[in-house]
Design a protein around this ligand. Sequence first.
Ligand SMILES: [Zn+2]
Length: 71
Amino acid sequence: MASRRRLRPWKDVTHDGLQTVHVVPVNDLRAHRERGTSCWCDPKLERLDRGVLVTHNSMDGRELIEKFGLM
Ligand SMILES: [Zn+2]
């Protein structure tokens, strides 16, 4: 099954020298902000050794489909 997300290692370095890595839903209904750690979708933030993993939430709710198998 094809992944509905893409991993985008972003060369965005924050003021304290950390990189942010974004996981963004592909072809979502609304564009996500792939700089910094804030976005309209209230992304989940996870601290990595050298940065922050920013997992964005889709506008169309596909995470619920992936999580609960709803179609
Ligand atoms: Zn987002």
